[in-house]
Write a protein that binds this ligand. Structure first.
Ligand code: PHE
Ligand code: ZN
Ligand code: ZN
Ligand code: CA
Length: 471
């Protein structure tokens, strides 16, 4: 979860089309997810069940075979996959997790479905359909050549039918920092019911537009939807309970289609959306392929768009120091440049703590530098770079510059020196210096300190407690 969104989905190329920048989901051209391929995955789940006692239930061979098969498909497509095992009262179960190894890992968009069936049948609508649709979307994304902004991850959950065990196990075992990176979880459980409805989970916490994006997508395809409160009945529940934004679709289970619903969706009023729900007849014939086709395209639409959504944080509060490790107390962390410059050597005091950047002091012709990249918000009305500096020197001529340190800004290929201090500025008390960097607002630049010494008589430029602040 991240705070405010800020604008600017860059230009994205989709299937050769140059699309205008936008910060809203909906800017990316939606893919056509192949119903033929998705149906082939369902045939595979049916065949796995048929050759494993008629089901794909937790702890039975049909489940593990389903998980192995899904994982192998994703591996072949280039996903980084994990088979996560956990124990249940019915035996060992597995989650298959697949991550596309591109895009910003700090912003993760997930889609998932449960892969297990009940013990009484092959579980083709429940939930071969969600699994096949999410799998085909993952394979299509891998083949699409998209450049993802965010990190895309798919979850195929075990033991949903035993009480959402796989998804709960997954979220409970994610370190807090990893949970925090998940921006959205999309769930698909039963999406081709033979007498289908078009239900969208009503989950709608503030700031989660995914529900409304699903509705808008179906509306654009002339499919009317209804919101449904699915409570804790599927795997999004575990994510939602952590405060993660969730959304999902559902074509109905044991509930009865009303005549009003039959009028807008077709099918049979007074009959269950899925009369074979949790029964042995939930087999390869228990599908509405129109529902499947529409639903998988909705999955594709959501995945393509949310993968490009700009989840970056808004500008930092004014007054914050935008530099990391500004007093060097974490050693060289966050700084790049000449090795050994950042030191806790006791032969020169720090301004604060014990570490500082000690440039030069060699007494021979050398240069040394350290720098750090910083993004100066475009909203800044003032921006300054300040530092504390202590200069001691063995130079004795009181009027000639021999050794210098430059305070520089590197902006792409242009380096600008904003201040220069030399042996003439010697002062063994620390002095604070400030330069104006407002000219760089809206840019990511490198703040750099560059020391240069001539062939003899050392000058030490010791810098500490550096800050870039804006207002
Ligand atoms: N999770 C239920 C099952 O697998 C089906 C379901 C999905 C019910 C979504 C309500 C909403 O049996
Ligand atoms: Zn079920
Ligand atoms: Zn289900
Ligand atoms: Ca220090």
């Amino acid at each position: 979860m991240r705070k405010s969104l800020y604008s600017g989905l860059g230009i994205v190329l989709v299937a050769g089309a140059l699309l205008a920048p936008s910060n809203v989901a909906g800017a990316v051209e939606s893919p056509d997810i192949s119903v033929t391929n998705t149906k082939a995955h369902l045939d595979q789940f049916q065949s796995i069940a048929t050759s494993n006692g008629g089901n794909r239930y937790t702890g039975r061979p049909g489940y593990k075979a389903s998980a192995d098969w899904v994982k192998a498909k994703l591996d072949t497509a280039g996903y980084t996959t994990t088979l996560q095992s956990f124990s249940t009262s019915a035996g060992t179960s597995y989650n298959v997790i697949a991550e596309w190894p591109h895009g910003d890992a700090n912003h993760v968009v997930m889609a998932g479905s449960h892969l297990d069936s009940v013990s009484s049948g092959p579980g083709i609508n429940d939930n071969g359909t969600g699994s096949a649709g999410v799998l085909e979307t993952a394979l299509a994304y891998a083949a699409s050549g998209q450049t993802p902004r965010n990190r895309l991850r798919f979850g195929f959950w075990g033991a949903e039918e035993l009480g959402l065990l796989g998804s709960k196990y997954y979220v409970n075992n994610l370190p807090a920092a990893e949970r925090d990176k998940i921006e959205l979880y999309l769930n698909f459980d039963m999406i081709a019911s033979p007498n289908p409805g078009y239900f969208v989970y009503d989950d709608n916490p503030a700031g989660n537009g995914a529900r409304d994006d699903l509705v808008a997508y179906f509306t654009s395809k002339s499919v009317q939807t209804e919101f449904i409160d699915v409570q804790g009945r599927s795997d999004h529940a575990a994510f939602r309970s952590l405060g993660i934004a969730t959304a999902g679709t559902f074509s109905g289970a044991e509930g009865t289609k009303t005549s009003a619903q039959a009028a807008k969706w077709g099918g049979t009023a007074g009959q269950a959306y899925d009369p074979c729900y949790h029964r042995s007849c939930d087999n390869i014939n228990n599908l509405n392929l129109t529902s499947l086709d529409r639903q998988i395209d909705a999955i594709g639409h959501m995945v393509w768009n949310y993968t490009q959504k700009d989840y970056s944080e808004g500008p930092p509060p004014t007054g914050d120091n935008l530099l990391q490790n500004p007093g060097f107390e974490s050693g060289a962390a966050n700084w790049t440049g000449t090795t050994g410059v950042i030191t806790n050597s006791t032969s020169r005091p720090a301004h604060g703590g014990s570490y500082k950047a000690w440039l030069q002091g060699n007494g021979r012709t050398t240069t040394e530098n350290i720098g750090q990249s910083v993004a100066i918000p475009s909203t800044a009305t003032a921006a300054s770079l300040s530092l504390w500096i202590r200069i001691d020197t063995a130079e004795t001529t009181g009027s000639t510059v021999y050794d210098t340190v430059k305070v520089q800004i590197v902006d792409g290929s242009t380096t600008t020196t904003l201040a220069t201090y030399s042996n003439l500025n010697k002062n063994t008390s620390y002095v604070q210096k400030t330069v104006n960097v407002l000219a760089y607002k809206g840019k990511t630049v490198t703040v750099r300190f560059l020391g240069q010494e001539d062939s003899s008589l050392q000058t030490s430029f010791v810098i500490d407690d550096v800050a870039v602040t804006t207002s």
